[in-house]
Design a protein around this ligand. Structure first.
Ligand code: UDX
Ligand code: UDX
Length: 470
């Protein structure tokens, strides 16, 4: 099938490359000329596992790049809209890019086409896209608007796309649904998985994804509700971690106990420094706005956001409790991306923490395996960037772990110990076992678990951490 994907960012680029791997003919459209030139020249603007392989495989063959949205639309049976939907100051999703795409493609409907929302958008957006296209003289019987939300996590976006738990197809007519079914048929009939050159199956993937066909409105809600639920799960466990700290329980043991209940499930139960990224923070605000417009005050979402914000403040208090005063202290920081496996720093809790620490007069030496360049633009000269974790730790008063990169969980602890001025590690992602850290000579603070010191006993916790959950 001939497919156009408009917007070649984190979502569009991955979707386009994966559609090409499903043997469709894909045109990726973007209005950023530099991005297009880079993509044509073989450069990849984002760090995403398996994306380089897919682009090498299909670039210039099944996958081409263009700034001509009309010509691409005319040549395609389906047009996926994957432009950004950033939050406005009021927290609603800014849909002006989506609207401008809808206007641009209206005049190019030369045969039946399905226009698909891939960006995260509020309920009613599909209706608006249709209205805008009709206003701009698109023939009413020659197109349908569908919603096909993405559930891609950055870092594992390619395998999330090709090995999904489910594929949600929000279509209001059978004609439209059948186009979407055909696009995903290689996944739902399993033929993709039998191919020798298929991208390898990740450990946890479902054997074969099911397509869930719904109305467009239901699909729009599925996306917002899924992200809100996942964010709620994280805030819930962060709140439980705070109680664990107060009573001296171990959040990991608690999570094991609750996560093995199959009704709850073990995933997205990792406490930390709060969720970030381009999706959860903005989607929660947008979902709350949608609910409010429909006459429902979704206060639960307010609380999810409050706990998330609070989690960062708690971590800052933890740093203060470990070091007493902060002015002039040198801190090594591991991780700047909003999570491991990506170079994305949008709404990164790590960046927000570093900014607070710098404001309090700390000197920060930071290392991130992929996000260094993006972080440099944001933090400029206030932070020193190093080439590896040990350099960041060198001569530091303490080491802070802020992103759950795999490589941070496998550090050479002896080397780290030698590099640090004081062997203090404050781990916002619970990457190490406290007992191991104490045995290897570290004073170790983590989230929802008692701090430990080399003497083998829990370190004294300052009263603010013992009693406060706010
Ligand atoms: C996506 C979704 O759009 C968003 O709703 C979802 O919640 C997160 O992921 P993302 O892919 O991260 O956004 O956005 P971004 O990396 O900013 O990419 C958007 C692309 O669209 C950019 O390459 C931009 O140049 C392009 N664009 C934007 C257009 O081609 N036309 C426009 O009118 C606007
Ligand atoms: C999310 C959704 O998971 C995906 O389905 C959606 O379509 C896009 O938004 P993403 O933002 O890429 O994906 O990352 P995700 O893995 O969901 O992590 C989001 C944030 O939550 C990160 O900051 C991460 O560190 C944090 N997190 C995640 C936790 O703190 N604990 C967890 O258990 C899981």
């Amino acid at each position: 099938m001939h497919i156009t994907v408009v917007g070649s960012g984190y979502v569009g680029l991955v979707a386009g490359a994966c559609f090409a791997d499903l043997e469709h003919e894909v045109i990726l459209v973007d209005n950023d000329q530099k991005k297009l030139a880079d993509l044509r020249a073989g450069q990849i603007p984002i760090h995403e596992n398996f994306l380089p392989e897919l682009l090498d495989r299909h670039r210039g063959r099944r996958l081409t790049f263009s700034d001509d949205i009309q010509a691409a639309t005319q040549a395609s049976a389906a047009v996926f809209i994957a432009v950004g939907t950033p939050p406005t100051e009021q927290g609603e999703a800014d849909l002006s890019y989506v609207e401008s795409v809808a206007r641009s493609i209206s005049g190019a409907i030369n045969s039946y086409k399905v226009i698909v929302e891939k960006s995260t958008v509020p309920v009613y957006t599909s209706e608006w896209i249709r209205k805008i296209m009709l206003r701009n003289a698109a023939p009413p019987d020659a197109f349908d608007v569908a919603s096909n939300p993405e559930f891609l996590r950055e870092g594992t976006a390619v395998t999330d796309f090709l090995y999904p738990d489910r594929i949600v197809l929000g279509a209001d007519s059978e004609r439209c649904a059948s186009v979407l079914r055909e696009i995903y048929a290689p996944l739902t009939d399993g033929s993709y998985y039998r191919r020798k050159d298929a991208i390898p199956r990740p450990d946890r993937a479902a054997v074969m994804p099911t397509a869930i066909v719904t109305s467009a409105k239901s699909a729009e809600l599925i996306k917002h509700a899924s992200n809100a639920f996942l964010a709620m799960k994280i805030s819930f466990v962060n709140a439980v971690a705070s109680i664990c700290e107060s009573v001296g329980a171990n959040v990991q043991q608690v999570c094991r106990g609750i996560g093995t209940d199959s009704r709850i499930g073990p995933r997205f139960l990792n406490p930390g420094i709060g969720y970030g990224g381009s999706c959860f923070p903005k989607d929660l605000m947008a979902f709350r706005s949608v609910a409010r417009e429909c006459g429902y005050e979704f206060r639960l979402l307010d609380e999810v956001m409050r706990i998330n914000e609070d989690q960062r403040q708690r971590f800052l208090r933890k740093v203060r409790n470990a070091l007493w005063t902060l002015r002039g202290k040198r801190l090594g920081v591991l991780g700047l991306a909003f999570k491991g496996g990506t170079d994305d720093i949008r709404e990164s809790p790590a960046i927000l923490l570093v900014q607070s620490l710098v404001q309090e007069g700390c000197q920060v030496a930071a290392y991130d395996p992929a996000a260094r360049e993006r972080a440099r633009e944001m933090l400029n000269s206030s932070v020193e960037f190093t080439d590896n974790a040990y350099e960041a730790a060198t001569n530091a008063d303490a080491l802070l772990i802020l992103t759950e990169w795999d490589e941070f969980a496998n550090l050479d602890l002896d080397r780290l110990h030698k590099a640090l001025k004081y062997p203090i590690v404050i781990d916002g992602r619970n990457l190490y076992d406290p007992e191991v850290m104490a045995a290897r000579g570290f004073t170790y603070y983590s989230v929802g678990r008692a701090p430990v010191s080399p003497e083998g006993h829990a370190t004294d916790t300052a009263p603010s951490l013992r009693t406060s959950t706010s």
